[in-house]
Design a binder for this molecule. Structure first.
Ligand code: SF4
Length: 402
């Protein structure tokens, strides 16, 4: 019998910290974020650090992994005082073996920072910013219910450069109610003019439970047509590639060497621990837990969403797990395909074989042939990737494959 675990062992680790606080809830947002909580930010950071200690106590082998990335996302992490952020980062660094730590990212809302706070975040050891700009058009920002203006976004970017950040990502959204193709093109032009190292361009999706969803059901929200949204996506690919950005994931573009290392972990099924309310974790070689249980292939768990419940449970039990899933090898393979095809270079056939000890082409021979004939997949000797047509219909392709 083969021992698969030896082949898949990931000795590296990423840590995600979820900050669930926002100044105001945006009408399109279904992230785990809350406005107007009266939770002390320092107490929340304490809870995240206690949770980290709880995971280590449960699975001490986690400490053998080399920490490569820290990503502080939200919510609005830039609402946290830089000195608290420094405390968080220092504790994580001191707990894990951090000699391989390459990237520490924080998500920033332009409406919550100023020159000094950005400098202080830089001094705290953060070396990458992800700025939620969304649009450079005030009318569009108003539709999205954002708390910042286009001018705030430009200032934020300028202050970030002055603070010393040389790895900046900006997020943009297209397919927004009332947004024209020309306005989107103007957003892309402004982004290219600023030349951040990384640009994410997301198509707005209307998620259940959001205000936008209610408005749509009541006929009060009119999105650009499907054709216009496809045009906007293709415009992003063409304009950003023309400007020297590598399109490396469905929604992500980067200058050479500036791909998000942390997000890459997700697409390559590498290990990460999520701390904070609603955070998810994934460990592929977790060893036995305190009950002596070891999963078949990998384990995923997720935390309580409500920050009050989260903090209470961490205080009482050391962790705040709302659910967990032990993945079988088959499930891990399907996930590897699902995530791997999000990368524009596709799934590396060698990587797949080393990781899962089987041939991707043999396993899905008929489906791959069919999707290739239909112009959705482009397999060669090294990779299997989506074509441009496949990218536009990625959900359908993935559904057929898995
Ligand atoms: S700032 Fe971001 S996380 Fe907060 S409500 Fe708006 S979209 Fe959601």
């Amino acid at each position: 019998m083969r021992i698969y675990r030896k082949e898949i062992k990931d000795n590296s680790l990423g840590i995600y910290v979820h900050i669930p606080f926002c100044q105001k809830k945006c009408p399109y947002c279904d992230f785990n974020s809350f406005a107007q909580t009266n939770i002390s930010h320092d107490a929340y950071i304490d809870a995240a650090l206690s949770e980290m200690a709880g995971h280590i106590q449960e699975r001490p082998t986690i400490l053998n992994k080399k920490l490569e990335t820290i990503y502080i996302g939200g919510g609005t992490p830039s609402l946290i005082e830089p000195c608290s952020m420094k405390r968080l980062i220092t504790s994580i660094r001191q707990t894990f073996s951090a000699s391989n730590l390459q990237e520490i990212t924080i998500e920033v809302n332009p409406g919550t920072v100023h020159r000094d706070s950005l400098s202080a975040f830089h001094d705290a050891g953060i070396n990458r910013l992800s700025i939620g700009i969304q649009s450079f058009n005030d009318k569009t920002l108003k539709t999205l219910g954002r708390i910042h203006s286009a001018q705030d976004a430009l200032w934020c970017y300028e202050w970030a450069r002055k603070a010393g950040f040389n790895n900046i990502g900006i997020d943009l959204i297209f397919g927004i109610p009332g947004q024209s193709v020309e306005e989107w093109e103007q957003d892309l032009k402004t982004a290219v003019f600023l030349k951040p190292e990384h640009i994410a361009a997301y198509n707005l999706t209307i998620e259940d439970g959001t205000l936008f969803s209610k408005m749509q059901k009541g006929g009060k929200l009119v999105l650009p047509s499907e054709e216009e949204q496809v045009l906007m996506y293709e415009l992003a690919i063409d304009k950003l590639e023309e400007a020297g950005y590598n399109h490396y994931e469905i929604s992500n573009f980067a200058l050479d060497g500036f791909e998000s290392q942390h997000n890459m972990r997700y697409w390559l099924c590498r290990d990460y621990i999520g701390l904070g309310a609603g955070a998810h974790s994934y460990i592929s070689s977790p060893g036995r837990d305190s009950q002596g249980q070891a999963p078949d292939w990998s384990i995923r768990w997720w935390n309580e969403n409500n920050p009050n419940v989260y903090m209470e449970q961490v205080k009482n039990r050391g962790r705040a797990i709302a659910g967990e899933e032990l993945l079988t090898r088959k499930e891990a393979i399907e996930e590897g395909i699902f995530l791997g095809l999000r990368r524009i270079s596709g799934i590396d056939i060698d990587w797949f074989e080393r990781r899962f000890d089987c041939s991707l082409k043999d396993l899905y021979r008929d489906t791959i042939s069919k999707l290739t004939r239909e112009g959705m997949l482009d397999p060669d000797d090294d990779n299997i990737r989506l074509t441009r047509k496949g990218l536009l219909l990625s959900n359908e392709v993935l559904a057929e494959l898995i």
